[in-house]
Write a protein that binds this ligand. Structure first.
Ligand SMILES: Nc1ncnc2c1ncn2[C@@H]1O[C@H](COP(=O)(O)OP(=O)(O)OP(=O)(O)O)[C@@H](O)[C@H]1O
Ligand SMILES: [Mg+2]
Length: 233
């Protein structure tokens, strides 16, 4: 920001200096056309036009640098086609000596050398005090963040080597505080798989025990979710 502000000021003062110098020259050589009054007016107009522009430019470049910093920090890109997409997924999950702190709060370590193994098909519960890191573990499995140290493996593959979109398409989450988007129930279910057929949407709802109460609404799957549903529903 300092550099661009400095450059901006250099440019605007140079323009005014140039106008003053050339204007003075003209008031001497062509005094019948250019009076000192006209020169003064020109310089004033120039100054008032330039100043706000350069201030805006300096502010914009400072804000821009924050935005670009953030874009560069995000090294997990769901849109890139990189990474392995194994044919099948069994679902064995393993955390190996995982150490993690949130990028915005480096000083507090949420997981330190955390290891666990969950075999495919097992139902498990993570139990612990509020804020101990249970939801963080789920976020790490979805690869919203990468661990600072250690590895997270699914079927023996480090999740960093897997395609992010592929990985997430194999995970179903019912979060602590469910979020529904404005739109129909059907559209909300379809967010998990954009090209799902109507049959697949209904099958998913049946699996989640939601089909029956959805059918009780007058507009069934076309019901606008809004505030019609309870947290559990
Ligand atoms: N995005 C974030 N940025 C920085 N710190 C965070 C972020 N999300 C959570 N934390 C902090 O990380 C710690 C673990 O949070 P987490 O959500 O994993 O807890 P939890 O075990 O799921 O708690 P609860 O039982 O209340 O749901 C908490 O101290 C929380 O304040
Ligand atoms: Mg939680």
């Amino acid at each position: 920001m300092g550099v661009s502000q400095g450059l901006g000021q250099l440019l605007s003062f140079s323009a005014i200096t140039l106008t003053l110098w050339y204007g003075l020259k003209l008031t001497r050589t062509e005094s019948h056309h250019y009076t000192p009054g006209a020169l003064f007016m020109n310089v004033t107009i120039l100054a008032t036009q330039f100043m706000p522009c350069f201030q805006t430019f300096a502010e914009a470049s400072a804000s821009g640098s924050f935005v670009f910093d953030m874009i560069e920090r995000a090294n997990i890109n769901v849109l890139d086609g990189e990474g392995k997409k194994p044919e099948t997924i069994k679902g064995d999950i393993e955390f190996k000596d995982v150490t993690f702190s949130y990028p915005t709060r480096q000083e507090s370590c949420i997981l330190q050398n955390f290891s666990m193994k969950i075999s495919s098909g097992k139902t498990i519960a993570l139990v612990g005090a509020s804020g101990c890191g249970k939801s963080t573990i789920i976020q790490l499995i979805q690869r919203f963040y990468d661990p600072d140290n250690g590895q997270i493996l699914i079927d023996g593959h480090d999740i960093k080597t897997l395609n992010v979109a592929w990985l997430r398409s194999h995970i179903g989450i019912v979060s602590q505080e469910p979020v529904l988007f404005d739109g129909s129930i059907e559209e909300n279910i379809r967010l998990g798989k954009l090209d799902a057929t109507d049959e697949e949407v209904i099958a998913a709802a049946k699996l989640a025990n939601a089909h029956n109460f959805i059918m009780d609404f007058p507009e069934n799957y076309k019901t606008i979710s809004g505030d019609k549903l309870s947290g559990g529903e």
